[in-house]
Every structure is written in structure tokens, then in C-alpha cells.
Design a protein around this ligand. Sequence first.
Ligand SMILES: Cc1cc2nc3c(=O)[nH]c(=O)nc-3n(C[C@H](O)[C@H](O)[C@H](O)COP(=O)(O)OP(=O)(O)OC[C@H]3O[C@@H](n4cnc5c(N)ncnc54)[C@H](O)[C@@H]3O)c2cc1C
Length: 227
Amino acid sequence: MDAGADTDVILVGAGPVALFAVFQLGLYGLKCTLVDSLHRAGGQCAVLYPDKPIYDVPGFPRIDGLDLTARLLEQIAPFAPRLHFGTTVTGFAQQPDGRFRVTMTDGAAIGASVVVIASGLGTFVPGEGEPSLEAGPAPGWPLERTKDAFIVDAERFETSQPGVFAIGDACHYPGKLRLILSGFHEAALMTQAVRRISFPGGRTALAYTTSSSRLRKKIEGAVSSQE
Ligand SMILES: Cc1cc2nc3c(=O)[nH]c(=O)nc-3n(C[C@H](O)[C@H](O)[C@H](O)COP(=O)(O)OP(=O)(O)OC[C@H]3O[C@@H](n4cnc5c(N)ncnc54)[C@H](O)[C@@H]3O)c2cc1C
């Protein structure tokens, strides 16, 4: 676990939606740091229903929460995200240069160009036995919200603060469904918005991993650099 260095994107939470976002962002060369109050990835899948079958993840007729988490971690391994576990994000402040300084309960602070809130239903607090849930979006954060989620637009998934995005169960927009597959879609659209911010004037056409040699090289290059 290396939380020391600054990053392109910091993700608050390491549930299934944040994990898939690392893959999407990685395709565009964006380096990610994931922070979770738990000592492991997987969010609700890992805590609330680790062994129960999930039947509505596309491509998997049946998969349990721990297996899905393991596969997502395998999928993002080529992009080598930094994992900062067992600490809670307490806040973020925009600096004069436009970057964010994100602070945590363990005293760490990480700089990032973009903040992506993927905090789900709230913070899982580890303790004796099963973790307990401190439900709801962090109260002190200066973002427009409903009772239990941050309000975003359904095109960019940006919150009321430019540069701060929210995806997965942590976000709300008309028609929002709290399903894993919806979170994956939100991660893909958020990524398109973040890449336009990060590389203004860059390519705008969508590229496919099947047919784009550029994207394939990114994935395969990252895989082979790990071997
Ligand atoms: C009983 C149950 C069954 C379900 N079954 C299905 C199903 O069959 N199919 C389906 O698609 N969906 C199902 N869901 C919904 C699915 O679990 C959620 O949609 C999904 O987990 C949302 O993922 P997420 O990554 O947005 O958030 P989460 O999985 O909630 O992960 C968020 C993570 O962020 C961390 N976090 C929060 N705040 C902070 C902070 N400030 N600092 C650090 N870490 C923080 C939390 O500890 C947590 O680990 C079910 C939900 C429940 C409760």
C-alpha cells in the first residue's frame, strides 16, 4: 500500500463500481488511487453478500460477491492502482492550482486532479465481527445531495463541484437504479468526461478494446510490464 504519491484520480471507495472505473480510466492512461475504510476491496459485495449468487451481472449467469470482486481486481491489475485501505476519506479541498487535496483519518493526504466518489451506501467501519455501516453521503462535503446520495448529471456524472464526480450507489439522477451494472455504465461515462478534462483537445471518438491497437497496447503493455 503506497499512498504517498499524488495521483491523477482518487476514488473514494473500493466497491465494484470504483474497481471497474479504474479499468476505464486506465484505458486513457489515468493513474488511480483507491481509498476504502475497509481493509479490502468489494464494498457491499464483500461485506453484505460475499457467498450469495448474483444473477444480473452481464456475462455471468451466476457469480458470488467475492468472485466478482476477485475478477474485477484481476481486470484492473495491469493498471496497478494504488490501494489505500483501512482509512476513511474525511474531505477534499481544491488548491490554487486546481488540483484537490484529499485528507484521510490516518493523517494521509493525497493530491489528485479529479475526485471520484464511489462511496456506495456509506462507510463500512471495520470492528469486531462484521463491519458496521455508517450510512449516507459524508455530511460535511459541500455538494448538492438528496437524503442518501450526491446529485449528478446523467451524462458526465459530475457533482455540483466541478472536478468532483460521483458514481454507483453514491450518486443520484432521475431513473437511477442501485445495481452493479448501472454503476459500470456510470463509470464508463464519467471516464469520458474525465478524459476530456485531462486531455483537452485529445481524441473524442470512442475506441473499442477489440479493435483499437492503441487501447490493446495499453492493456497488453501494462500486463507484460507486470510479468
Ligand atoms: C443485500 C443486497 C443484495 C444486492 N444484490 C444485488 C444484485 O443481485 N445485483 C446487483 O446488481 N446489485 C445488488 N445489490 C446492490 C449492489 O450491491 C450495489 O449496487 C453495489 O455494491 C454498489 O457498488 P458501489 O461500488 O457503488 O458501492 P459499495 O459496494 O457500497 O462500496 C462503497 C465502498 O466505499 C467505502 N466508503 C464509503 N465512504 C468512504 C469514505 N469516506 N472513505 C473511504 N471509504 C469509503 C465503503 O466502505 C465501501 O466499501 C445488492 C445490495 C444489497 C444490500
